[in-house]
Design a protein around this ligand. Structure first.
Ligand code: GLU
Length: 462
């Protein structure tokens, strides 16, 4: 049975990398009719952020990556980790260490001065602390890493990977306060929960030999490992807040569609056999294959995501898009349905809807200088706006009619038609860019159009 998991640590806002890793784990589980587990790795008490767990759950739910088991909280399982660590001490595969943090700091500084890789110098491995010292409860438990030989594993993305045991640190497994470290908890849990595939970020690759050694020590068969590439900023550095939004909350608030974000994340280091870029989660699952994962860091490009999100927005049935906009903007569904056809083609994110449609709901402020920049003086501009208001007042309403009559008006006034259109556009919308002018007027209605034109016309002196 295939079982995968996502194991986020609740140390801040839910991260885009968590969504990425969750997506691939979800896909592997679903493709193989297996299970997808959610485990909250909350053992690092110093970095714990209150409320972070709830936000992780909300974000995964928003994305539609539903877990089959969990959430399991590591903080509920302390006695299991303690038992397992002591079991290894009993077998001579782990040992108590009483070194103080001051001593460890000193050792580290000396090693750094000698340009050596900092690591525990194994003092307590050679000379174990006394029984009394252990009973005082100040000791940690460390893994006894073999001094020679090598540790290898097959990574589904990267092939065979080998580490020399002499380069592996005797890491702490259990802290003196009885809390496990990541290494112990991850191995105990992945085996206990019968995880078949550990699919996680590249940054955990160097921890994997320690985990293999732990599996060996527990006489357990390690799972299959796959380390996904790190997402990168456009400058190729590891994705970071400073250069790219990383919080899933931001993506939700900006009005990215979950399908679009998942689609985009699927393209990070992976591609469809036919290279198509827009596809559904189901299509991703059906076509997923580790052989198509490219380990070189994919660049997370917000512009590309915007493009893809726009494609998704346009492919939603109009009614569904209107419903989403209703939830997103809290505007009335009727109002949304009326103006949506005018902006749909240009929307890249739901958040743009408000700015692009505000002109229908509120009178815009108009900068008269923009109007005079069109090359006609105050008198001519006033006349044009006034004539247009008069014309529209007596006209049946509708796009083709409006356009034809406005063209005729431009001839009568001696304006170039496109200049008059721009003049009306600015007066009505406050901006030089808007949805198509006559469609906009049609939706805005005769009364409101005339009112706005008269008002702007009155701003100019005779
Ligand atoms: N808690 C780790 C994280 O936050 C999980 C690493 C793993 O998947 O083994 O990324």
């Amino acid at each position: 049975m295939v079982k995968t998991r996502i194991a986020p640590s609740p140390t801040g806002d839910p991260h885009i990398g968590t969504a990425y890793t969750a997506l691939f784990n979800y896909a592997v589980a679903k493709k193989n009719k297996g299970k997808f587990v959610l485990r909250i790795e909350d053992t690092d008490r110093a970095r714990l952020v209150p409320g972070a767990t709830e936000k992780i759950l909300d974000s995964l739910t928003w994305l539609g990556l539903a877990w089959d088991e969990g959430p399991i909280h590591q903080s509920d399982r302390l006695s299991l980790y303690q038992k397992k660590a002591k079991e290894l001490v009993g077998k001579g595969l782990a040992y108590y260490c009483s070194c103080s943090s001051e001593r460890l700091e000193k050792v580290r500084a000396e090693q750094q001065a000698k340009k050596e890789v900092p690591r525990y110098d194994r003092k307590c491995r050679q000379k174990p602390p006394s029984k009394e010292e252990i009973e005082k409860g100040n000791c940690v438990i460390r893994l006894k890493v073999p001094e020679s030989g090598e540790t290898s594993f097959e990574d589904l993305v990267r092939g065979e990977i080998t580490f020399q045991n002499k380069d592996i640190d005797d890491s702490v497994l259990l802290k003196s306060d009885g809390w496990p470290t990541y290494h112990l908890a991850v191995v105990v849990d992945d085996s206990d929960m019968e995880i078949s595939h550990v699919i996680r970020a590249e940054e955990w690759l160097s921890s994997t030999p320690k985990h293999i050694l732990l599996y060996n020590a527990f006489k357990l068969k390690p799972p299959i490992f796959a380390h996904l590439p790190l997402l990168r900023n456009p400058d190729k550095s590891k994705i970071s807040k400073r250069k790219n939004p990383v919080s899933l909350i931001w993506y939700k608030e900006q009005g990215y569609l979950p399908q679009a974000l998942l689609n985009y994340l699927s393209l990070m280091g992976w591609s469809m056999p036919d290279e198509r870029e827009k596809f559904t989660l189901k299509e991703f699952i059906d076509n997923f294959d580790f052989a198509r994962v490219d380990p070189s860091g994919p660049v997370f490009d917000l512009q590309k995501l915007d493009w893809l999100n726009g494609q998704w927005i346009r492919s939603l049935p109009e009614k569904e898009l209107a419903d989403r906009l209703k939830d997103y903007t809290k505007r009335d569904l009727k109002q949304i349905e009326i103006v949506l056809p005018l902006v749909r083609e240009r929307l890249k994110k739901l958040s743009e809807f408000e700015a692009q449609t505000k002109l229908f709901f509120e009178e815009p402020s108009v900068d008269t200088k923009l109007l005079l920049d069109l090359g006609h003086n105050e008198k001519e501009t006033k006349e044009a706006l006034g004539e247009a208001a008069k014309l529209y007042k007596g006209l049946g309403w509708g796009t083709p009619r409006l356009e034809g009559e406005t063209r005729k008006l431009s001839e009568k006034l001696g304006w170039i038609a496109s200049d008059l259109f721009m003049c009306l556009r600015i007066a009505i919308t406050g901006s030089k860019v808007s949805p198509p002018l006559f469609e906009t007027l049609t939706v805005l209605g005769k009364e409101e159009t005339v009112k706005r034109l008269k008002k702007i016309s009155s701003l100019f002196s005779k």
